[in-house]
Design a protein around this ligand. Structure first.
Ligand SMILES: *Cc1c(COP(=O)(O)O)cnc(C)c1O
Length: 394
């Protein structure tokens, strides 16, 4: 696939590399666990790496590899690896980079299960972590310890939508020989490409925008070839969080429309965020492109558009009122996950981030009256009317 094609073209045309004897337009689904060797010697050569070819689908599968090549190409990475879930990718990468006693420097706010994983690493293997605003080089350098193994960030942060400068973090990390891992789930490669800002490894929950239809659980890690190959032959192979060929196939189907879907998600979310701001029952509205703060300036620099997610608080502060509001919605579904055709709403304090102890949750800015809305692909007036009637009923 030539470098000369634009994102919207690459997302569709990049399966030419796959040698299919029938010239199928859609990618073939290789739903197989293992691959047959013509001769015992061929098996020997494949295991030793002398001969190219597949061995067993936990190590690699043609349909899954096609998805990996596409994601690598879209993220501007040398290589990518698919996983059975976003957390499969997060945990494989974290395990690959720490040893007993390591420290991980994190953005102030991370996905709930990533927080759970950090605690597991802490309890079992003595790996420590700390959170930081990561807002300036000086601040980052103060937070780096001799035992810091890498920097782990999300931007926008889930679910508070705070923005971190990818370039600032990458520059501070480079000065200390550290790598930066970015969970890019909220943006998808269409809106933000962290490697182009100097970061080293990109992670995705492909369950979200990448597959986009709410029917796949999957994940990716993308980065330089040497690192990704090692990850494939150690953490992914031996822990085994692989993507199934069928999930890869569904994902390849969804991926073709990523730019078209993202454009609509972004356009509708920007419109809804503006209207929420003016509603008397709504407190704060956080959307990356709203306002003229330093954060919005950074967001505009590193994101193509504002994304499809909005976080907002209700003026009513109690959990019960928030639940009453959510229960009054008809079109918008109450569900975790995001990036689907359906608009989804969730309550981080009692759902995605409930595993985080209350004090730390507040420290991260996740209050009881905060909700996270994933704006879907429905007609924007229908989405707004649903929100409006539920807010008016408060
Ligand atoms: C959903 C999500 C994950 C986890 O992905 P799964 O596919 O559910 O395992 C990680 N990070 C972010 C930001 C997410 O939204």
């Amino acid at each position: 696939m030539g470098k000369e094609y634009q994102f919207e073209t690459k997302v569709i045309h990049s399966q030419e590399k796959m040698k299919d004897p029938y010239n199928s337009l859609a990618p073939p689904l290789y739903q197989t666990a293992t691959f047959v060797f013509d001769k015992a010697e061929s098996g020997e050569r494949r295991f030793s790496g002398e001969e190219e070819g597949h061995i067993y689908s936990r190590l690699g599968n043609p349909t899954v590899q096609l998805a990996e090549q596409k994601i690598a190409s879209l993220e501007g990475a040398e290589a990518a690896l698919a996983f059975g879930s976003g957390m499969g990718a997060v945990s494989a990468v974290m395990m690959s980079m720490v040893r007993t006693g390591s420290h991980i420097l994190c953005s102030k706010g991370i996905y709930g299960c990533t927080f759970g994983l950090l605690n597991m690493l802490k309890e079992k293997f003595g790996v420590t972590y700390s959170f930081s605003e990561l807002s300036s080089k000086e601040e980052i350098e103060k937070e780096i310890r001799p035992e810091t193994a890498f920097i782990y960030i999300e931007t926008p942060i889930n679910p508070t939508m705070q923005i971190i400068s990818l370039q600032t973090v990458a520059e501070a990390a480079k000065a200390h020989g550290l790598r930066v891992v970015v969970d890019n789930t909220f943006c998808s490669p269409y809106l933000q490409q962290p490697l182009s800002h100097g970061c080293d490894i990109v992670l995705h929950s492909a369950t979200k925008y990448i597959s986009g239809h709410g029917d796949v659980i999957g994940g990716f890690a993308a980065g330089d070839k040497e690192y990704i190959q090692k990850l494939a032959m150690t953490e992914r192979k031996d822990i085994g969080a692989i993507m199934s060929p069928f999930d890869a196939w569904l994902l390849l189907r969804g991926l073709k429309t990523l730019p078209v879907r993202m454009d609509r998600h972004c356009e509708s979310a920007a419109e809804i965020a503006g209207r929420l701001l003016m509603h008397p029952a709504v407190g704060q509205v956080v959307y990356p492109f709203i306002g003229d703060s330093e954060e919005t300036r950074i967001a505009r620099k590193q994101m193509k558009k504002g994304g499809g997610l909005i976080s907002f608080t209700l003026k009513e502060e109690s959990k019960l009122e928030v639940q009453r509001f959510m229960n009054a919605l008809n079109l918008i579904k109450i569900a975790v996950s995001l990036g689907d055709a359906e608009s989804l709403i969730q309550h981080p304090a009692t759902m995605t981030h409930s595993v985080i102890p209350e004090a730390e949750r507040h420290e991260m800015g996740i209050s009881e009256n905060l909700v996270r809305l994933s704006v879907g692909l429905e007609n924007v007036e229908d989405i707004w009317n649903d929100l409006n009637q539920a807010l008016n009923a408060l």
